[in-house]
Design a protein around this ligand. Structure first.
Ligand SMILES: [Zn+2]
Length: 134
């Protein structure tokens, strides 16, 4: 039986865990009534307006990397510490917000790369044509 800390139950409620982790928690909730009670307690506390520091961080996305940072991460120009943080945040903590941001940035970088490739090819084709004519 996998163990989940209340932090994870909070993230589960915020749907900010990875899909795999969400599924594990859902399975545990079905099999284990103790889990369901813990989750009910977390919900009751949230309803009562008690906010944990972690919750405030997540709602404010204080711990999320900026789009510029994520872009630099993809370009491989970030320091080791920042890289570790972003990888922990997106892979281990499974922040969906940053995962989506990264996926979007990756798409754009892929597009940019193919545009450069097309431009380069056109340039060489036109110079080759020019040289032939000359
Ligand atoms: Zn994030």
């Amino acid at each position: 039986m996998p163990e989940f800390c209340s932090q994870e139950l909070e993230s589960y409620l915020d749907e900010s865990l990875s899909a795999a982790r969400m599924a594990e928690i859902e399975a545990a909730l079905r099999e284990n009534s103790g889990m369901a009670e813990r989750l009910a307690a977390v919900i009751a506390r949230r309803d009562a307006g008690e906010h944990t520091l972690g919750e405030i961080w997540r709602t404010g996305r204080v711990s999320c990397a900026s789009r510029e940072e994520l872009g630099s991460y993809l370009l491989g120009v970030l320091g080791e510490e920042a890289v570790d943080y972003i990888e922990f945040h997106t892979d281990e903590a499974g922040c969906r917000y940053c995962q989506a941001n990264l996926a979007d940035l990756r798409d754009r970088q892929g597009e940019a790369a193919s545009e450069i490739e097309t431009r380069r090819r056109k340039f060489f084709q036109s110079s080759a044509g020019y040289l032939r004519r000359g």
